[in-house]
Ligand binder design. Structure first.
Ligand code: ATP
Ligand code: MN
Length: 473
């Protein structure tokens, strides 16, 4: 007897095998002829195996006829060709063992049409639905193709720290990591002027790391260390941002892929980003055809045509300044009025990629003032070698840049942005000793999944979403 997954048992090659299948009942249907059909699913694929349970089974009346959605079972039987449409095989059972019952009145996910909002309140059970099973499998496929893509091209996988003392962007979006008792935190001495003259800061010298520490918002700066020694590297790990933006595109904990390459300029960086996204799409279509078909039928009727179109076309490369011009001449009533120097909002990004260009678009050469200190300054002195990749359905999916490799310019940028240079000597050392032109970018894994599946809310493409006011389990 072979222990098979449902995916294996659905293949014609399984016909004639005596098998053991284990999973959860999706539905039971009783036939007038005195036998029952069970649809069995084990998460290995979108489809079920149809199990035929004859009345002759010793537990037919006592157990089989009481099975319903959510019950767990083992089934033994001989796989046969199925006369029914839509399935190659079926399994007449010689034995059915019930492992766990699921009270039909109480089990919360048996009805079709449960909203995603409702399912978010039971994230311990939602992986048992078709949609969340499909998302989990596609997410797994994307992670594999990310590693495949980089490994095949000789990139080194580097683990950058999750706890860090440096704030990559200088943005106030950091989660603090501390073992201090907040109610009794040690305070710095009173400021000059005596008691009550000012707020006393916390004395982090007494904290675990003897200084303030945070959850990382990006592994880029540390990835640069390795790129400036080993060439082409990437990090792939969890990233944390305490941004209080309750949008369908932001999580407080998300996964980011950050390649960093020595001797890459911005054009090389764009080409890599385009090849990378196309590879992820192609692998999802090739390796998860049933799940992708499911998204097409149930979530977004345009998804397959859109992804196919993207594979066939070149990404556009458009300077920020030109994009501003297009937006201003568009006649669109945007919530945020468009002017040169502003950071683009999702509404602008989506207009450009969905309505105007109708294809993935890489915007580059952004205003220096809205971008971080490490981006390479252009000769105009006003813009930096930044790039954002915008895709239909999502907007920004990648943010990246060519990094400033010139010591003096970088140091000037840091001073201008008010950074504490003492904290960044290690970063300046990369320019002090054997500096090289280099570039990199960050791709958000969950944004990629929104884009691939057509799902509308980022909370539904990560197993356990963390958002303001919400951290279950
Ligand atoms: P946005 O403007 O959309 O907030 P960002 O400019 O802050 O994005 P970057 O700092 O460039 O984003 O991060 C690189 C990528 O990480 C983004 O392109 C996006 O795919 C992803 N990302 C950024 N913030 C989040 C978040 N809060 N939740 C999920 N993904 C995110
Ligand atoms: Mn952000």
């Amino acid at each position: 007897m072979d222990k098979l997954t449902v995916a294996q048992a659905r293949l014609e090659s399984a016909i004639g095998k005596i098998v053991l299948l284990q999973g959860w009942v999706r539905t039971r249907r009783d036939s007038k002829g005195g036998f029952s059909f069970l649809e069995l699913n084990d998460g290995s694929c979108q489809g079920n195996v149809q199990v035929i349970a004859e009345a002759a089974l010793p537990n037919y009346e006592s157990e089989v006829k009481k099975l319903h959605t959510g019950c767990s079972v083992s089934v033994e039987g001989l796989v046969k060709a199925s006369p029914a449409k839509g399935q190659a095989t079926e399994v007449p059972a010689t034995k059915i063992t019930v492992h766990g019952w699921a009270d039909a009145d109480a089990y919360p996910i048996q009805k079709k049409g449960a909203t995603f909002e409702f399912l978010r309140t039971i994230s311990h059970l939602r992986p048992r639905t078709n949609t969340f099973g499909a998302i989990a499998r596609v997410r797994n496929c994307v992670c594999k193709s990310i590693h495949d893509f980089f490994q095949e091209q000789g990139f080194l996988y580097v683990h950058t720290p999750i706890i860090t003392a440096s704030d990559c962007e200088g943005a106030g979006e950091l989660f603090k990591v501390t073992t201090l008792d907040l109610a009794k935190a040690p305070l710095l001495p009173s400021p000059p002027g005596g008691e009550g003259s000012g707020v006393r800061g916390i004395d982090f010298h007494q904290d675990f790391f003897a200084k303030p520490a945070f959850l990382t918002v990006s592994g880029q700066l540390q990835a640069e260390i390795f790129a400036c020694a080993l060439g082409k590297v990437y990090t792939f790990g969890p990233t944390f941002r305490a941004e209080n933006s309750n949008t369908p595109r932001h999580l407080a904990e998300f996964w980011m892929i950050e390649p960093e390459m020595a001797f890459y300029d911005l054009d090389d960086n764009m080409s890599l980003a385009e090849a990378f996204i196309k590879r992820i799409i192609k692998d999802a279509l090739d390796r998860c055809p049933d799940d992708m078909k499911f998204f097409q039928e149930r979530i977004d009727k345009e998804i397959l045509a859109r992804l196919d179109g993207i594979l066939k076309s070149d990404f556009l490369r458009v300077p920020y300044t030109e994009a501003i011009d297009i937006l201003q001449k568009s006649g669109q009533a945007f919530e945020f009025p468009v002017k040169w120097g502003m950071d683009l909002q999702t509404e602008h990004e989506r207009f450009l990629t969905e309505t105007h260009f109708k294809k993935p678009t890489i915007l580059f050469d952004y205003p220096r003032a809205i971008k971080p200190f490490y981006m390479r300054v252009n000769d105009d002195g006003k813009t930096v070698r930044a790039m954002d990749v915008l895709v239909p359905g999502v907007g920004e999916i990648i943010g990246g840049s060519q990094r400033e490799e010139r010591f003096d310019v970088l140091e000037g940028n840091m001073k201008e942005k008010g950074l504490n240079l003492a904290h960044y000597q290690w970063y300046l050392d990369l320019r002090r000793y054997g500096t090289v032109p280099h570039s990199g970018f960050g791709l958000g894994l969950e944004r990629t999944l929104l884009f691939l599946t057509g799902m509308a809310n980022i909370r539904d493409v990560i197993p356990f979403p963390r958002t303001p006011g919400n951290a279950e389990f």
